[in-house]
Ligand binder design. Structure first.
Ligand SMILES: Nc1ncnc2c1ncn2[C@@H]1O[C@H](COP(=O)(O)OP(=O)(O)OP(=O)(O)O)[C@@H](O)[C@H]1O
Ligand SMILES: [Mg+2]
Length: 220
C-alpha cells in the first residue's frame, strides 16, 4: 500500500512539473503576443484631415526628403527632391539598395520621412487620413505576397469591397492577361493557388506576379 501510494505520488508530481513547464513555455509565446499588442502605430493621423483630391492637378513633389530605417543610423535617402506631373509615367533607376523601394514606401505612407516632406497637389500627405489616401494608390512590390487562397480572393484582396463583383475581378485579371490561365482551371476563379493546401494549383513566378498586378488593378 505504501509503495503504491509513493508511486502514485511520484506520478502526480511528474504531471505537475510537466504542466508547469508547459505553462512557462506558453507564457513565453504570450509575452511576444503582448509585446506585439503594445506596439503603437507610428503613422499618426492628422487632427484636422484634408480632403484627398479626386483628380490630381499639380502632381507629387518630394521636397528635401531624408529617411533612415529604425535599426539603421545611416540615411537611406538624403535630401531627395523631385516632382511628378499628373499623367506622367516615371521609372526610378538605381543600384540595388539605393532606396527606390523606400521612396515608394514613403509615397504610400508606410513610413513617414525623417526630414522634408512629400506633397500631393501642394498638400503634405501627412495631412490626409492614411486610409483614404492609401485607397487612391496601388502598389506591387517585388516581394509581393503569394496568398494561398483562391484565385478570386488573390485578386479582390486589392479592394475588399469588390469581393462579390466577379465581373470586376475578371476585368482586373484580363488587364494582365492572367485570366486565360485562371479560367483554364476546372474550378476557374475558385481554384486554390499555391501548394500549401490540397488541390491547390501552383503558378510560375511570372504568373504570380501577374496575379499581384491584377490585385493592384482590382481597386481601380
Ligand atoms: N525594413 C528595412 N529595415 C532596415 N533597412 C532596410 C529596410 N528595407 C530596406 N533597408 C535598407 O535600405 C536601403 C534601401 O533599400 P531599398 O529596398 O529601398 O532599395 P532598392 O533601391 O529598392 O533596391 P533593389 O533594387 O534591390 O530593390 C538598403 O540599404 C537596405 O539595406
Ligand atoms: Mg526595391
Amino acid at each position: 500500500m505504501y509503495f503504491q501510494a509513493f508511486q502514485r505520488g511520484i506520478g502526480y508530481l511528474k504531471t505537475l512539473m510537466e504542466s508547469s513547464a508547459q505553462m512557462y513555455e506558453d507564457n513565453l509565446f504570450l509575452s511576444h503576443f503582448y509585446d506585439f499588442l503594445k506596439i503603437k502605430p507610428q503613422i499618426l493621423e492628422p487632427e484636422i484631415p484634408s480632403q484627398v483630391p479626386e483628380k490630381i492637378l499639380t502632381g507629387i513633389e518630394f521636397k528635401n526628403v531624408s529617411f533612415f530605417y529604425q535599426n539603421n543610423v545611416k540615411n537611406v535617402l538624403n535630401c531627395v527632391n523631385f516632382s511628378i506631373m499628373p499623367g506622367e509615367i516615371v521609372a526610378l533607376v538605381g543600384e540595388n539598395g539605393s532606396g527606390k523601394s523606400t521612396i515608394v514606401k514613403l509615397l504610400t505612407r508606410l513610413y513617414d520621412p525623417r526630414g522634408g516632406g512629400i506633397f500631393l497637389d501642394g498638400r503634405n500627405i501627412k495631412n490626409f487620413k492614411a486610409d483614404e489616401y492609401r485607397k487612391k494608390i496601388s502598389v506591387v512590390f517585388q516581394d509581393h505576397i503569394r496568398y494561398q487562397l483562391s484565385a478570386k480572393e488573390n485578386i479582390y484582396l486589392g479592394d475588399i469591397n469588390g469581393k462579390d463583383n466577379i465581373g470586376k475581378i475578371k476585368q482586373a485579371a484580363e488587364q494582365t492577361d492572367i485570366d486565360k490561365k485562371l479560367a483554364s482551371f476546372p474550378l476557374g476563379y475558385d481554384t486554390l493557388l499555391g501548394q500549401w493546401f490540397k488541390g491547390g494549383e501552383e503558378l510560375s513566378i511570372g504568373q504570380w506576379q501577374m496575379v499581384a498586378i491584377s490585385r493592384a488593378f482590382s481597386g481601380c
